[in-house]
Structure formats: C-alpha cells, structure tokens
Design a binder for this molecule. Structure first.
Ligand code: G4P
Length: 535
C-alpha cells in the first residue's frame, strides 16, 4: 500500500530525522544535571556568552534566562524538552525529573529517547537513582555515554570510577578522554583518539564556553610532566583490559564511552556534544504492535509518553507530550488516536516551559511535541496520520518501590472510587495491585515515586468526588513471582505478600532484603526474579 498523507518530500523527512539526536541525562540529584543542561545549551549555535546561571542559589533566574535565550537564539524549550541546534544537528534533550518528582514518568521518558548520558559525580560514582535509571536503559537497550563530572574538585581516582562501572553494572568503560591531573587539579584531558592533550582554561564562573588548547604529546609531557605520564599510563592500562573504543559495543549497550569534565567550568562539554553528534544513534523506524516497522518517511506518527495536568491552574489543563516517530508533523493536522479510533485536532501544539509557551509549526522524527488541552490522550497512545494505520506498543510498567492500601473515606462513594481507580490504572498514574485476601474494595496502589500517590488521590477527589485514605505499607522490595503455585509459601510466611497487577504479573513484596534473604534460605526453590519493566 502506498502511504498517503500530506505531501512531504521523503528525502526531507529522512534527512531531518538524520539530523536529530534525542537523549536524556540520567543521574542522581546533585550530580550536576541542571548545570550540564545549561552548559550544553551554552554551546548551541550562536551562543558565546549567555550569562548562564549556575548553582541553586541563582536558579530562580534560570527560567528567564532560558526564555531570553530562546528569544535571542532560537532555542526552544518545553518543560519536557530542551531543543537546540548544534552545527547542523538538532539536539533534543528530554528532562528526566528527579528529586521529589521522581516517578514512573521519569522512567517513561526513557521510552522516548535514542540514547542517554549517564552523569556521575566524580566524588560519588554510581548512586541509587542513577542505578535505577541505568537499569531501565539496559532493559531497553539504550546506548549510554558516561560523563564523569566535577573533576575540578577533589574526588575519586579515575581508574576506580571506571572499575566501578565494570564491577557493579557490568558495563565496559571505553574512555575517550582521560583526565590530566587528579580530581581537584584538573589541567585538561588526554584525547584518546588523537593522542593529544586538550588543555582547558578557566573562565570566570564558566559562564562562557571554555577555551581549549590542543597540544601534541611531546609538548604535553614537557608542560604537564608527571600528570601527563600518569594519565597516559592509566589510560593505556584500561585500554589494554577491553577499554578500546568499539562503536558496536556502544550501540549494543554493552560498553560506554567515558568522558571526564566539569559542567560548572564548561570543561569537556563540547566534546560531549561532538560525541552525541558523531556517535549517538539517530531516530530509527519504530516497531508497531505487530512487529512491523513504521518507516521514517511514512506519514506522521507519534506516541504519548507523558501527560501533565494542571500546568496552567487558570484552566483545567492537560498537556500530552508525544515523540514523533515518522513523517512530518504540521500544526493544524487532524490525526487519529489509534487507541480510540477518534480524530484529534492538533491546533494547539506548543512547546511549554513553565507558564510560557510557544507554538510549534512543524516537527520531525525524534522531536517532542506538546499537545495542549489533550484531555482525551493517555500515556501510551499512538497518534497517526494517513495510511496505513499504526499502533505502537504501550509503555511498560516499571518496578514499583512504594505501596499503599487505598480505601474511600466515604463508603457510600465506593462505586465512584472503583471507577476512578480503574481510570487511573488505565492511564498508568499508579499501578493497581489486588489479591483475594485483601478483596476488591481495598486495592493497593504501587508507585515508583511517592508523588504518584499525591496525583492519584488528588484526581480521585477532584474528578470522581471520592476522598481517599492511603495506608502506607512497609514493603520496599519487589520481585516477580514466576511460579503461581508458590504464592502460598510467601503469603503464609508473614515475611511478605503476593499481589497481582493489572497485567497479570504476580508481585512478591518484602519489607527488606533480609526478609527476602530469609525466604530464599527457607525455600531455595522460590521462583522470584528482579522486575525492572514489563509491557
Ligand atoms: P542536579 O540538577 O543534578 O541536581 O545538580 P545541579 O546542576 O543543581 O548541581 C548540584 C551542585 O553541584 C550545584 O552546587 C552545582 O553548582 C554543583 N556542580 C555541578 N557541576 C559541577 C562541577 O562540574 N564542578 C563543581 N565543583 N560543582 C558542580 P550547589 O552547592 O547546589 O550550588 P552552588 O551554590 O555551589 O552553585
């Protein structure tokens, strides 16, 4: 069948997609994600001195800085995406909310990217939130570039940080740069591919793009002495033990290119951008529910990976963020929602940042569009134009870490409560777990981050008129029980409990590792496995 849709040159769409790099930064709070984001944008196109603001103290000023930058330099920003040009490349940096906002949404963002930058604090290495996000990248096979940040201040040894990647997450580090000077005495880096030294010069506060000086190995040895020799030796040591760069291993996500730098001083940030342009995967055709791929030059298609409510308190407002998978998006198109079969008019398509919005007129594969007033759209929905119709697989559910029993405060509202819970379940606001033992009237809400509970209770009250009482449960460890016959083993032990999720998965919940460990010792035959994500 010949695809039909608006007349767009095939060549344009494939070309435009090829210019896109769509990625997210995965990190633990305080590793420097905001600082790195600002530093990346500072390198965009005509930027020379944007007066970027670093540090939390001044962060209140960042919003207006962004908007100023957007106006002055054509950088467009949404609360979900930062888009900017770098040379001929269009960079889409998707936000992964952390801190208190950490939730299933954070994971879902990773369904919409083609690669990830793992940002580590040089003094801390791998931290819990980074590990959780990395697990999702691994599960989805997302290639990861590692940026070791804050090298300008005392931290761990470079070799030690690289060993941690191999030992804890079985990810082979392939350093493309190696620091000259220990953490805290950062002179520059050895560029592993050219053998040169790149020396960084400090600028006041790092507010401008840091000047770099390249020099050959002889000069570097003369000027940096033992620091240069140590850097070369350490790098060679790692390269000899499997750390040689291998592009295939980056793409198959079994190894990660590593860069050292300082986001605050803008050291190594340009190198990171260059690597994204050179190495990171560009958008590729996406497989639909039948396993057929939707070619990039097919008519428009996209999937919704995030729905945000209440962004504008003046209106009951809902913005659905969708990643474009194929074709050219043009504002005003009427597309079809594959879930409902209903048409959806895209008159109000915007990029959103805080309260400020700007209209999007066109977008290509790899881009993110914000569909305003999209009350009919749900996470996981596919939108498409033309023929053939397409439906992409729904987004996976992720391993929850917080659990609470939910009950309506007013029992006469039990019917509305049940309806509301079903609705939240279908939207993926929280996961709903049930068991015969607990009965249908008191489902268990399960969430990746506790903020999901707040959203759920707020919506049950506001939209279904049911105030909800939540009793937090003491569980923190979850495993998938693969043998349903063993359910009783856990339920009768009082060390844990088994509940069933809407997708049929049996989740075994334990208070802590010790409880799980004891169960395993008592019942070596226990068939439980880690649960990261499931579709
Ligand atoms: P996040 O978004 O990942 O939470 O981190 P954020 O960028 O807010 O950075 C956390 C802290 O780390 C900030 O310090 C920031 O200035 C600092 N930081 C980020 N990158 C670097 C770096 O390359 N080198 C050094 N030395 N520090 C860095 P803060 O104490 O919260 O604010 P401030 O008052 O120090 O600016």
């Amino acid at each position: 069948m010949t695809p039909s849709g608006p007349t767009v040159s095939t060549h344009d769409v494939v070309d435009e997609a090829g210019r896109r790099r769509t990625f997210a930064v995965i990190s633990h709070p305080d590793a420097g994600k905001s600082t790195l984001t600002e530093a990346l944008a500072l390198h965009a196109q005509v930027l020379t001195s944007a007066g970027a603001v670093h540090g939390k103290g001044n962060r209140r000023g960042v919003t207006s800085d962004w908007l100023e930058m957007e106006r002055a330099r054509g950088i467009s920003i949404t609360s979900a995406t930062l888009q900017f040009g770098y040379g001929d490349t269009v960079i889409n940096l998707l936000d992964t909310p952390g801190h208190a906002d950490f939730s299933e949404d954070t994971y879902r963002v990773l369904a919409a990217v083609d690669s990830a930058v793992m940002l580590l604090d040089a003094a801390k290495g791998l931290e819990p939130q980074t590990l959780k996000l990395f697990d999702v990248c691994r599960y989805r096979g997302i290639p990861v570039i590692t940026f070791i940040n804050k090298w300008d201040r005392p931290g761990r040894e470079a070799l030690d940080l690289c060993d941690e990647l191999t030992e804890r997450i079985n990810l082979q580090p392939m350093p493309l740069t190696w620091p000259v000077g220990v953490a805290g005495h950062f002179r520059g880096v050895l560029d592993a591919r050219t053998g040169e030294m790149v020396r960084y010069d400090r600028t006041a506060g790092g507010a401008t793009v840091a000047p770099e000086h390249r020099m050959d190995a002889d000069r570097a040895k003369n000027e940096e002495g033992t620091d240069w020799i140590a850097a070369k030796e350490e790098h060679e040591l790692l390269a000899a033990s499997g750390g040689e760069f291998d592009h295939d291993r980056f793409i198959d996500a079994s190894a990660t290119p590593v860069l050292f730098g300082s986001a605050m001083l803008n050291f190594g940030v340009r190198h990171l951008l260059d690597l994204l342009v050179e190495l990171a995967p560009r958008p590729t055709p996406r497989a639909d529910v039948n396993g057929d791929t939707r070619e990039l030059d097919s008519p428009f298609s996209a999937f919704v990976f995030k729905v945000q409510t209440g962004m504008d308190r003046a209106h009951r407002d809902q913005v659905a963020f969708a990643r474009v998978c194929s074709g050219k998006f043009e504002r005003g198109m009427t597309v079809t929602n594959a879930t409902t079969g209903r048409p959806f008019a895209t008159k109000y398509v915007q990029q959103v940042f805080g309260q400020e919005r700007s209209t999007v007129d066109e977008a290509f594969p790899g881009d993110v569009i914000g569909l305003v007033n999209a009350t009919a759209l749900r996470v996981g929905d596919t939108l498409y134009d033309g023929k053939p119709a397409v439906k992409f697989p729904g987004l996976p559910s992720f391993a929850p870490a917080h659990f609470a029993i939910a009950r309506p405060k007013d029992l006469s509202r039990a019917k509305q409560f049940r309806k509301g819970v079903d609705q939240l379940e279908s939207e993926g606001v929280v996961q709903i777990l049930r068991s015969d033992r607990r009965g249908d009237a008191t489902p268990v809400f399960a969430a990746v981050g506790p903020m999901q509970f707040e959203v759920a209770t707020h919506r049950l009250e506001a939209e279904f008129g049911t105030a909800v009482a939540l009793d937090r449960m003491p569980y923190s460890i979850v495993r998938r029980l693969t043998d349903p016959a063993q359910r009783n083993l856990i339920d009768s032990s009082r060390r844990g409990e088994v509940l069933q999720r809407g997708d049929g998965a049996l989740l075994a919940l334990f208070t802590d590792q010790t409880a799980l460990g004891v169960m395993r010792r008592l019942h070596p035959e226990l068939a439980v496995e880690p649960l990261i994500a499931s579709t």
